[in-house]
Design a protein around this ligand. Structure first.
Ligand code: ADP
Length: 478
């Protein structure tokens, strides 16, 4: 359960949501607290200033503090703060609590911290001094026309008592708690749906790999997702396609090989049984036939082995600087007698100079012999076979052209495929193994070259292969 990706995503979402809501709650709570404190301070300042002005105006009219006590008492009740007024001699002339009337004022007589508010005879707003205040907190400074001092309890916010504050904090807290809980439930629900959506492609990939494990290579995943998961699905599908292709090739290969081996083996078996039954005499001709069957079988096996090595990129190659012109010449000279026996003209048209190539001479000769043998085999009497070599930019191109029967255009695309023969009726004994051109192509490619064919039925065929001059050897072939 804990390792389940769905669960992990859900847990991650939930943690993020809780942290976000917690942080928002903390910040709002803190800000509200600050706001309320500042509001209280502003309220206190405004009340103090209005009392300062009122008292100043009162003195201007009455000219003494004799009847001020009832006003101070009223303010005390109204603002719910202790308010004390002294005259210029520091004698208490009014006290909202009435206790200190007539006595000399001292901070020690009151157990609260008091703001000190000078009252001016001119109505001027003088500087109010608050406990722990910094610099000049508010307006003017004390002057000679001060006619008294008002002391008001500082910091006990008027009208906003601590219960009211607590209620505010509590309600914010409960809004957040319930709001947060609802948000978490909704978010978890959403996260659940989202994570299911996000994980759907992953699940289909898991399902696909399972199918693969069971050998079902045709299974594909939907790749409609655009992001990385879509890319993953895409590369999975192309991997699946390759695997399916390789698996099909492997199966075909086994089937092809079995098919190719069956005929010569049953021929051999037939001959041997006939000899055994006394139907055929084990004379020289029979033994030659048997030998031919056996040697073409061993050729086939050798070709197959070479092809499988080439397919696996494990062909043993020895690359060294070689003169391609002499290699071609050698192959032409060696094939002359075979061509002559069929009444064919075999000529080489080679330039005076060709650059040395970094190649495996033995393999390139094998390519040349394969192409020349095919041309000789598929060209009728009085035909002509021409081998040419040309130097092009960064490569040498070698072509073997014949005036033979050619290859039908529908067969051309398959000509380099394993066991492909144009004339299906030709058997391994009358024709080749059908592997010659496949091996030839692999050998050319192992040299970093390419092979192609052009052919017109009835006119002849031209096989052309290239070899890079700065022979970039394919790693697989070394
Ligand atoms: P094989 O061993 O049968 O010759 P290859 O792979 O060498 O097999 O050739 C495949 C087929 O291509 C041959 O069976 C033949 O039909 C055709 N082919 C190859 N070379 C030529 C050519 N020069 N002219 C006509 N057909 C050719």
């Amino acid at each position: 359960m804990i390792h389940n990706l769905n669960f992990r995503l859900l847990a991650a979402f939930t943690v993020v949501i809780i942290v976000t809501i917690g942080a928002a709650f903390f910040l709002t709570y803190q800000n509200t607290r600050n706001e309320i404190t500042q509001m209280g301070e502003r309220l206190e300042l405004n009340q103090n200033k209005s009392m300062q002005q009122e008292l100043s105006r009162y003195f201007q009219i009455v000219n003494n503090w004799d009847s001020i006590q009832p006003f101070i008492e009223q303010w005390g009740q109204l603002y719910q703060r202790r308010i004390i007024l002294t005259d210029n001699n520091n004698v208490v002339v009014a006290d909202s609590d009435g206790q200190l009337l007539g006595s000399a004022y001292s901070d020690s007589l009151v157990d609260k911290e008091m703001a000190q508010i000078p009252i001016s005879s001119t109505g001027q707003l003088l500087e109010i001094i608050i406990p722990h205040g910094q610099g000049k907190p508010w307006i003017a400074s004390i002057t000679s026309d001060t006619i008294g001092m008002l002391y008001v309890v500082h910091g006990d916010f008027p009208n906003i008592n601590s219960t009211a504050l607590q209620i505010t904090y509590d309600s914010i807290g409960s809004y957040y708690l319930w709001g947060g809980l609802v948000a978490i439930v909704l978010a978890v629900l959403l996260a659940f749906l989202l994570s299911r959506r996000i994980l759907a492609p992953v699940k289909s990939l898991i399902n696909a790999t399972r199918q693969f494990g069971r050998g079902n290579f045709s299974h594909r995943v939907e790749d409609k997702d655009r992001g990385e998961l879509g890319e993953l699905a895409n590369s999975f599908n192309s991997m699946a396609k390759n695997l399916e292709r390789n698996e099909r090739l492997r199966r075909d290969m086994v089937a092809d090989v079995a098919h190719e081996l069956r005929t010569p083996l049953s021929n051999l078996k037939g001959y041997l049984e006939a000899i055994n039954d006394g139907v055929v005499k084990p004379d020289e001709a029979t033994i030659r036939s048997l030998n031919e069957e056996a040697s073409s079988l061993s050729h086939l096996v050798a070709d197959l082995q070479e092809l499988s090595l080439a397919d696996a990129g494990e062909l043993k190659m020895t690359f060294q600087s070689e003169n391609i012109k002499s290699l071609i010449q050698e192959a032409v000279d060696a094939s002359q007698s075979k061509a002559a026996a069929k009444g064919l003209k075999l000529i080489a048209e080679l330039p005076d100079e060709l650059p040395a190539l970094n190649i495996d001479a033995h393999r390139i000769k094998q390519v040349l012999y394969n192409l020349l043998d095919n041309s000789i085999a598929h060209t009728g009497k009085k035909g002509k076979i021409t081998i040419k070599a040309l130097e092009k930019t960064n490569l040498i191109s070698v072509s073997v052209a014949d005036t033979g029967k050619g290859i039908p255009s529908e067969d051309l695309p398959m000509i380099f495929e394993r066991f492909y023969r144009v004339d299906k009726s030709r058997t391994r004994t009358t024709g080749g193994s059908g592997l010659g051109l496949t091996i030839t192509k692999r050998l050319v490619e192992a040299h970093g070259g390419k092979i192609s064919v052009e052919s017109r039925p009835g006119k002849g065929s031209t096989f052309t292969f290239t070899l890079p001059v700065s022979s970039k050897i394919s790693a697989a072939a070394t």
